[in-house]
Write a protein that binds this ligand. Structure first.
Ligand SMILES: [Zn+2]
Length: 185
């Protein structure tokens, strides 16, 4: 994610991730690395990338504590990165406090919320644009893309499913034009 001239990287899981095989760590840029929680599929490359890029790492006091989302707000707008979570009423508090341009929500429906609950989460967040993450990486969390998009469409929400090869690096926002979404607000 690029905003206010800075590159933010969330939950880097690249080297052990078959879907991210085309990505070389040397090409990944970051000024800040934000880590939602300490599961291996969220921190695998955090140390190496922090060393390579000199990025500041932002996380919970204890990395292995309860998974916690991360919000980012600046003059260009605000967005919310949920990490791994099921649907929770706490999301309403974020929706009350921030005018979100978009939210990054997990949609695998096995380890985290699924598409249906993600539409309710987006409703709680008062956010109409969602980037779906945390799906297809393992057999257990393979999802039906068409069904997920349809679920969002019928809730009058927009679901973006980034191409798998760039799913877990943050410059997917450029491919989707989402940097414009951020800067237009
Ligand atoms: Zn995970």
């Amino acid at each position: 994610m690029e905003t206010a001239g800075k590159t933010l990287l969330f939950d880097p899981f690249i080297t052990p991730n078959a879907l991210a095989g085309a990505i070389s760590l040397d090409r990944v840029k970051a000024d800040y690395i934000l880590i939602s929680h300490g599961h291996f599929d969220h921190i695998a490359d955090a140390v190496e990338l922090a060393q390579k890029t000199g990025a500041t790492v932002i996380s919970n006091f204890e990395l292995v504590s309860w998974p916690g989302g991360k919000g980012v707000e600046n003059a260009e707008g605000a967005f919310y990165f949920a990490g791994d979570t099921a649907l929770t009423l706490d999301l309403k508090l974020i929706g009350r406090e921030f005018d979100l341009s978009f939210a990054v929500l997990p949609i695998d429906d096995n380890l985290t919320m699924g598409a249906k609950d993600a539409t309710l989460a987006a409703d709680f967040l008062k956010c109409r644009k969602v980037i779906g993450v945390h799906y297809d990486t393992f057999p257990l969390i393979k999802i039906d893309h068409t069904a997920a998009v349809k679920t969002f469409k019928s809730a009058k929400l927009k679901l973006f499913l980034p191409p798998s090869e760039v799913r877990l690096i943050c410059d997917f926002s450029l491919q989707l034009g989402l940097s414009r979404v951020v800067s237009s607000l």
